[in-house]
Structure formats: structure tokens, C-alpha cells
Design a binder for this molecule. Sequence first.
Ligand SMILES: *Cc1c(COP(=O)(O)O)cnc(C)c1O
Length: 485
Amino acid sequence: MLYHSTRSADGAQTRSFSDILLEGLAPDGGLYLPASYPQVSPAELDAWRKLSYAALAAEILKKFATDIAPAEIEALCAKTYTAQVYCNGRAGDDCSRITPLRPLLQAGNKKLVLQSLSNGPTLAFKDMAMQLLGNLFEYTLAKQGSELNIIGATSGDTGSAAEYAMRGKQGIRVFMLSPHQKMSAFQSAQMFSLQDPNIFNLAVQGVFDDCQDMVKAISNDLAFKQRHRIGTVNSINWARVVAQVVYYFRAYLEATTDNSQRVSFTVPSGNFGNICAGHIARMMGLPIAQLVVATNENDVLDEFFRTGHYRVRGSANTFHTSSPSMDISKASNFERFVFDLCGGDGARVKHLFTKVEQSGGFDLAGGDGDEFAKVAQYGFVSGKSVHADRLRTIAAVWRDCGVMIDTHTADGVKVAQEYWQDDVPMIVLETALPAKFNETIREALGRDAERPAGFDGLEHLPQRFEVIPADAARLKAWVAARLPA
Ligand SMILES: *Cc1c(COP(=O)(O)O)cnc(C)c1O
């Protein structure tokens, strides 16, 4: 299985899975995709019904990572997807199933089901992929006799998932930038209480955009990057997307009894990474009826799936909402879907995304093409949820089902009810647990969020972080001083 960039005009397929594992963007600014999507036959799907989550993950990963020995993949997945790692979250979940389903709402023959994805160490779905990435990185670096220094910026979920996945890993250091005193108390305590010597927390005197600008400044300094083996773990990383394909298969196999049945998914979306994995699962042959994109007030994606107009917002026009992990101004994985929508025409994708950089968007229902007419055949629809919807949905699900959901999942549950169909289970992905967003839970329910066992007193643990100015040159010096000569 070889990979190419979404912007390569000649479709040159020269890179292997291991080549792109440690990379972000392709050199031409595009994103990596496989030359073709591996197909899953009905017989294979039947055989997969009996597998554990770890074994299923290995079967799927083998189709994409053909340059890693199958036995190694099985060992890496077995190590990653164990009940101990995914038993941190919702009380009453059967964590041996890793991503258990829970029936939530029912209206006639319409059924809404929640898939738990947030029982990992940081209580958000990002653990599902990041934990695998940590083990894949460690394995690949050991083989190459190499090291990696990860520099990232976070406003909350990504940074903690990366740190918990990379802590204690051989050959890996993490330097994570976050805006000083701007994360929730829970989120900063989660990160700053880590005492592992390979984890460095840097609290930047500025806002999230300052952190991101500092990471960009380092990314643009090729000499610094090469000298110090700098890498990233951002959401465009291909291995992260593949790891997320697994739970779509898993949910399907758990919700159905034979392959003639279909299910739909609703995905609380920001950077389009999670739902892009659903699109890939569908392209591999998984019988998915609808893929429902749920956005918050930052409705870049909802606007596209309603109108064909992709119009990025710029950070000044990005709202700070109560589902903050979906506060994005442009969706960094969206280009992968646009590549498929444009029939794999890399030159066209390059033209469209150059237009995004130059004039802020494109319109595929008129001005820039007519591909929007084909969106429906990929199963995509969308909807939007705002703060008042979120509060109403959290309260209704608590009242009617006795289940406490977080603000992002609430956006999903709200939009899911606009699309659920008779006799097709609608599976909503639970992207975080409510404990992470207690302020809004209090507003919705007048009580504190449930806090999983093991997180009591988190805020009182000793913290380890360094406050630094928003200055890329100072950051480079700080990082270089902590690396072996
Ligand atoms: C990251 C995140 C999302 C958005 O996922 P994308 O892959 O960026 O679309 C939604 N909810 C939560 C809680 C997240 O952490």
C-alpha cells in the first residue's frame, strides 16, 4: 500500500506507511492518502464479528500498513487496546469492549445509540488514536535507531491525549505549548501533573493562536527541525485517521447481526478528522447509510454540506463556545474528502486549496465547479447546534435516560435527531466525558459533572510546567537546551 499527496498532479505513489507515520503535511502542502482504499468483503466482515477490539484494529491496520510485519501489528494493537487503558471513564461501561454501545433515545422505530470513545486516560476520544500512535512511534523509532521531539500547541484535548500517549516512551520527548491560565482547571491539572521526564509543559504568556504561531515558526525553520528531529502529532497525521476507522467497524459489528443491515453515524466535528475516518470506513465497504456532520456555532462544515460553499472564517471570526474542541476556523482534514469528491484529481485539489489560502474559500455548487451535486452519494449531511441547544440536550438526556453527556456529544445528539431514520440505528460518537467541561454541566443541570474514579483531587496534585513568553526564538533556545548535544 503506497501513499500520495492530495495535491500531486501525477499521482506519484512513492511513500510507505512508515515513511509518512512521522510526517505532517506532504512537501507540496497536501495531505497523504492511500493510492486506493482497501476493500472489505462481506465474508471478511462476518469473520470480524468474532474479534476483540484489538484484533479488529490489527486486521484493519494490516490493510494500510503493509510495510510492517503482521505479527508486529498484532502485538502493537494488543498492547494499545487493553481494558486497563480504557477503563478510566464512564461507570457501568464494559471496558473489555473498549468502545461499548449504549442505547439512548427511542422514538417509534428510530433508535439513537451512544458509542463510548472517551474512557481512555484523558477522557476524550483522541486517546483512541493517540495511544496507538505512541506505540507505533516508539516501535518505528527503535527500528530506525532514531529519536523524535514532538512540539505541539493545544487548547486542551489534543495536548493531554498526546502527553498521556507519549509519556515514558523511549526516544520521544513532548514539548506542549498551552495558553497560560486559559485552559479549564481540570485540563491544565491533567497535563501539568505529569512528572515524566520526557514531557515538557510550556505555559505561554498569550492566547492559543500565539502558541500555534510559535509552533509554525519552528515548522518553517527547516534547519532547526532537521537538527533537532522535530515532529508533530496533529490531526492530519494519517495513522491517527486510520486508528479512528476501527471504531466505525466495531460499532457496526456490535449494532447489527448481518451485513444486509445498515447504520448511520453522527460525529461532533471540528477538524474533520473523526468523520473523515467514517468516510474511509464507508469507502472500504462498511454499510453506512448516513454520515452526519454536527458542528457548533463555528459552522464552516455545516455551511459546506448545506450549500457547497466552503468559506473559512479566520481566527478573529472564530467563536469561543461551550464545546471548545470544535472551535475551528478551517477544517484541516477536509481536503481528504474534497480529493475523493473531485475524483482524485490532485491538480484540481491544489487549485481549490490555493484559492482557500488566497481568497478564503471555494464554491462547488456554482462558481468553482459542480461537484457538490455528488456529496449525497457519499452519505454526508450536516447540522448545527448552539449553546442553548447544548444545555437543552444535556438536560433532556439526563432527565430521560439518566446519562450525563458532555457539551460536544450534546451537539451530536441534537443534530442526530434531525436525521435519524426508521430501522437504521443512529450511532452518536461520544467525543468527551462531562467531567472535562464542568462549568457548562453546572449551567445545564445545576449540579457538578460526574467525575470518574481516579480523578478525585486531580487539581491538588503537584504541577510541573514552565511559563514562557510568546516568543519563538526564546522557545527554540529553551527546547535546544533540553536536548542531548
Ligand atoms: C477534537 C474533538 C472534536 C473534533 O474532532 P475532529 O476530528 O477535529 O473533527 C470533537 N469533540 C471533542 C471533545 C474533541 O476533543
